[in-house]
Design a protein around this ligand. Sequence first.
Ligand SMILES: Cc1ncc(COP(=O)(O)O)c(C=O)c1O
Length: 392
Amino acid sequence: MDYQSLLSNCVKRIPPSGIRKYFDLLDDSHISLGVGEPDFPTPDRIRKYVAERLKTERVPYSSNSGDPHLRELILRYLDEKYDINGYESIENVLITVGASQAIDLAMRAILNPGDEVIYHEPCYVSYTPSIELAGGKAVKVLTKHEDRFKLNAEAVKAAITPKTKAILIAFPTNPTGAIMGKSDMEAIADLVRGTDILIITDEIYAELTFNGKEHFSIASLPGMRERTIVLNGFSKAFSMTGWRLGYAAGPQELIAAMRKVHQLTMLCAPTPAQWAGIAALEQGFADNFADTRYMIDQYESRRRYIIDAFNSFGLECNEPEGAFYVFPSIKSTGLTSEQFCDQLLASKKVVTVPGSAFGEAGEGHIRCCYATSKEHIEEAMRRVGEFVKELR
Ligand SMILES: Cc1ncc(COP(=O)(O)O)c(C=O)c1O
């Protein structure tokens, strides 16, 4: 059978992930700064809460929109944490299988063939495929090292056409760690107020900001909640990647359209994961999110160490103020980012990810995730230091 001829052209066009090959080769002698996932266990009390409920309760489907109590807690969380408020009811919230599914649902709910979605690169690997699988056209705007990888409103303006349906933004950004403050977001908001262009904002790293900076959501600006779909989830803030729990908040008509796709393709997010989300938020409100703050403190000290190490090797490293990645420039070595990562892996057994895996604007950089133990990071940096010395 000619299996290739059976495949959808769109799926065939999507290149294989530039990240996977670096993870498929690992054994215990390797140190990975590759995977973007917290190294902490899911906080004990979240696991205990779910374990208790599992002892006595059935595990049924939840409502398609998700557990009503969880949706109430999410509305409170968005309001108290990020000043995103004014939603009419829990019908403004849809519980999803990670932020990943929320991205996919948002695209499938709004796009007709040929509709354009502007997004910024370097970026998370799923954006372009999600837009294209939904029949849309992904229009990239490049962000630059010299701008600290912030999104320039003028560049976005230049990319807007009559076919622009949405602008997808993601701050703090994977892979650069860039964040955007209020005035940066104002400039983007000014482009869309009074138009029918939607903002889709992936805020999965909202909890992870450093240097005393706080996350600022574009949805909190006047006139923006009604033209924004906020995507978020529990993976990064609560170390819950494998639970697969995320959500979307936005105007009810848009959330209802996303729910239609969700109920026909997924039914609902896993019920035990939704219980875990309830525990994470209820307990978080009770003690000001102590578990998350503990993790952030750990990341902060690792972040400082890794930035200083790269700079001391002569690999210029911006100070990223969000997420848990550094994105140093490796241009001074004369290698491409893929060559650098391949050679570092082969000779020193340290896994990093080439910036080019996140789009052309990432070339000349590598992504290192510091969500791993300090000992691992110290050893990895010792090996990277040796590697760079041997190159020169
Ligand atoms: C920017 C960004 N958005 C979304 C996701 C996926 O999140 P989730 O685990 O909630 O599906 C990731 C995962 O790394 C990410 O980096």
